[in-house]
Design a binder for this molecule. Structure first.
Ligand SMILES: [Zn+2]
Length: 390
């Protein structure tokens, strides 16, 4: 199963010829079937996810309620397979980075950041972000998760709330908005205190405001936490004109986050996320793929199968709306200063990998999978960007 917006993105990336400028991460059916959600999710939740169908849902009435299936997380045919496919993409991306096959790996079908250990949430069933990070923790000492979706990255934050090996930083609309969490004083707990960062924003965030918030905070996190790998969730519902989002970013402003994080030279797993205006999702992730590749692409979208969707302008970059920006420069500066103050408390912890299972994250189990093809690809390594295509 490939959601339409991912299909559109995929097609547009090919139209620009970018698929020829990167290695493709093949995700074999056996690999997809071997994905074990119980590395993060509870067994009883996984069991329901696997067995629940539209036909038998009456038998699972209690669990549907308990695990939050229904309105925001509808049951649909192929739900379990869908989860395995997008999660396999993030896991494979993580292993490619860990094996040194790429500096940047991309899985635009991933980024389902709201799913909890035993709860579906906001159309997220399995949290591939968490599972990708757990995979990276097998190799890397410290992983930084960044979330530029309009919604708070609550599921990822919750999973790593008490560890200092994973730092989470989310920039999101806050106040009377799903999922309701992500206040500035939401900073982590126990050994993970100060390792959760939340930058709450009001509606109408434009490129200037986002840059004012993003760069100083990320620079300080990179200086102090010194992550050896990064997961960047690029939800596009923070773009201007999104049907659910309330921000006003341009594609370029959104992609500047990718461009900025790339300057640190740390391996990055780029994943998708929200985005409810189809054309803008494809525009943005196509452009961000070019940023990952470090190339420039024409603003004019070449003719391709989905061209009619992009009329009448047929361009990647469009003007943003004239919505009001409710974030004053002073307020953004105050929030930034408060976060920078908190960040003085964090350090780059070193991890004894011989004992990494006890470092405060969820238990980590190696996926039983013989990665022959990746070993082969390692010998043939000459490009630095990969892309997952389901
Ligand atoms: Zn979102």
């Amino acid at each position: 199963m490939k959601p339409f917006r991912v299909r559109m993105t995929d097609e547009m990336i090919k139209t620009y010829g970018m698929d020829k400028q990167m290695d493709r991460m093949f995700v074999e059916p056996e690999y997809i079937e071997s994905v074990d959600f119980s590395v993060f999710h509870s067994d009883d939740y996984v069991d329901v996810l696997k067995n629940l169908t539209l036909e038998n849902k009456d038998l699972y009435a209690d669990q549907i309620n308990r695990f939050n299936f229904g309105e925001d997380c509808p049951i649909f045919d192929g739900m379990f397979d869908y989860c395995q496919i997008y999660t396999a993409g993030s896991l494979r991306g993580a292993t490619w980075l860990a094996q040194g096959l790429s500096d940047i790996a991309i899985n635009w079908s991933g980024g389902l950041h709201h799913a909890k250990k035993m709860e579906a949430s906001g159309f997220c069933y399995v949290n591939d972000c968490v599972m990708g990070i757990l995979e990276l923790l097998k190799t890397y000492e410290r992983v930084l998760y960044i979330d530029i979706d309009c919604h708070h990255g609550d599921g990822v934050e919750e999973a790593f709330f008490t560890t200092n090996r994973v730092m989470t930083a989310s920039f999101h609309k806050f106040g009377d908005y799903f999922p309701g969490t992500g206040a500035i004083d939401d900073i982590g707990a126990g050994p993970g205190k100060y390792y959760s960062v939340n930058f709450p924003l009001s509606e109408g965030v434009d490129d200037f405001t986002f840059e004012q918030a993003f760069k100083p905070v990320m620079k300080e996190i990179m200086n102090r936490f010194k992550p050896d790998s990064i997961v960047l969730q690029c939800g596009t519902d923070s773009l201007s004109g999104d049907r659910l989002g309330l921000f006003n970013l341009s594609v370029k402003g959104h992609a500047d986050c990718v461009k900025y994080m790339r300057t640190f030279g740390v391996p990055i797993l780029l994943i998708g996320g929200g985005g409810y205006s189809l054309r803008n999702v494809a525009r943005c992730w196509t452009f961000e793929t070019s940023v990952a590749l470090g190339i420039e692409i024409e603003n004019e979208i070449p003719p391709h199968e989905y061209s009619p969707y992009f009329g009448p302008d047929y361009r990647i970059h469009l003007p943003v709306s004239n919505m009001e920006n409710n974030n004053s420069r002073e307020q953004v500066e105050r929030t930034t200063q408060q976060i920078l103050q908190n960040l003085k408390n964090i350090t780059a912890v070193n991890v004894d990998h011989s004992n990494y299972r006890n470092q405060g994250a969820y238990p980590i189990n190696h996926l039983a999978y013989d990665d022959k093809e990746n070993k082969q690809a390692m010998e043939d390594k000459n490009k630095d960007v990969t892309m997952d295509q389901e």
